[in-house]
Design a protein around this ligand. Structure first.
Ligand SMILES: CC(C)(COP(=O)(O)OP(=O)(O)OC[C@H]1O[C@@H](n2cnc3c(N)ncnc32)[C@H](O)[C@@H]1OP(=O)(O)O)[C@@H](O)C(=O)NCCC(=O)NCCS
Length: 336
């Protein structure tokens, strides 16, 4: 393909071209992970509005690669505003029918240019790897990226066998005696908000992040509310459980369920404060969420989670629950 036939345009989530931009992602996901519903366009729109809107914790921009009037490639660049001032996150996709023609490389060059323009020097990308030999990995290696973090994806089919769940729950209750389990949905109770912000700050440094050039994220009550509003805008309900001791939240877990198609849920952050570890609080909050989901969202058939392989305690909890490996997620960085 000659560069004269390919052009890049800036677009926003409410532009006429945006549905075609979203379709590039969906077409790729249908080929790369067949049998799995791709992320709905509404998700990209809501994230896009958050990124281009003012006052949030991150900024962002979108580009479409066009051949004639057809959108063949998509780029989204996200820059954190409250922390990590060197970093930009790049999402890149090329329509499966248009791959190996240099479109990804052209978009990458544009992403590098935009990131530099914004004063960023570390570019990060995630590559979903359902199996070996993914295009994303070959592309990243070809462009000299470094793989800084490799996580295993695990899926859990619901419902969990009652015997298995009850055993883990019983063990966790015994080990976590003295801790109260609290549940909430979509909105962290006001009295736990500051503690929740502390837990998020800890996640950003204590959840294993390999060699990624990331520093502690700045989380406060306002950012928790922003995250909650963004989940609602993306059409997700978030089921959370926390462990409370002496009125303080010391552990929590979030499960995100897309309301338009609740069959597949995503296990998001889980953290136990360091001084409260070793009491099975991770299992306590996770089993509490599973009970809640079984009671209130029985449509959920599968939960997906990602674990750093060296995170033995988290992997152990997930395996005890019956999670099974389902590919990998790699995160790469490029110093620009
Ligand atoms: C990764 C992706 C963006 C590449 O887009 P693309 O337009 O095909 O990329 P390019 O044509 O610019 O490829 C540049 C080089 O990367 C390497 N490469 C790309 N895809 C490859 C594949 N499937 N197998 C082996 N090498 C590959 C090659 O060296 C290629 O050069 P060549 O075609 O001259 O041999 C595209 O496959 C995609 O959308 N994948 C799914 C989303 C994804 O993984 N995004 C993360 C990107 S880091």
């Amino acid at each position: 393909m000659t560069s004269s036939t390919l052009r890049l345009v800036e677009l926003g989530p409410d532009d006429g071209l945006f549905p075609a931009w979203c379709e590039v992602w969906a077409a790729g996901q249908r080929v790369d992970r067949p049998g799995e519903p791709p992320r709905p366009a509404s998700h990209h729109v809501a994230l896009g509005r958050q990124l281009v809107g003012k006052g949030g914790s991150q900024d962002g921009t979108h580009r479409a690669a066009l051949v004639g009037d057809e959108v063949v490639g998509a780029l989204r660049l996200i820059v954190p505003l409250k922390d990590n001032p060197t970093v930009a996150m790049l999402d890149l996709a090329v329509h499966p029918a248009q791959r190996r023609r240099g479109i990804g490389s052209t978009l990458l060059a544009e992403g590098v240019r935009l990131a530099r323009e914004g004063g960023r020097v570390d570019l990060l990308v995630e590559v979903d790897e359902p199996g070996p030999g993914t295009a994303g990995r070959a592309f990243a290696l070809r462009h000299g990226w470094t793989c800084d973090l490799l996580e295993t994806r695990r899926d859990l089919l619901l419902p969990v066998e009652e015997e298995r769940l009850a055993a883990l729950e019983g063990e966790a209750r015994r080990a976590g005696r003295g801790y109260e389990v609290v549940m909430w949905r979509d909105r962290t109770p006001d009295e736990l908000l500051e503690d929740r912000a502390l837990l998020e700050r800890r996640i950003s440094t204590e959840a294993p992040h390999g060699d990624l050039p990331l520093e502690e994220e700045h989380w406060d009550a306002e950012r928790i509310r922003e995250y909650e509003a963004s989940s609602r805008a993306r059409g997700r309900t978030v089921v959370s459980a926390g462990a409370v001791k002496d009125g303080r939240l010391v552990a929590f877990t979030d499960l995100q369920v897309p309301l338009a198609d609740p069959r597949r849920a995503h296990q998001a952050g889980t953290l136990v404060l360091e001084e409260h570890r070793g009491r099975r609080l991770g299992a306590l909050v996770k089993t509490a969420v599973l009970r809640e989901v079984a009671a209130t969202l029985p449509e959920v058939r599968r939960i997906t989670t990602y674990n750093f392989e060296d995170n033995a305690p988290m992997v152990a909890v997930n395996e005890a629950l019956g999670f099974q490996p389902a590919g990998r997620l790699s995160t790469w960085s490029l110093r620009i």
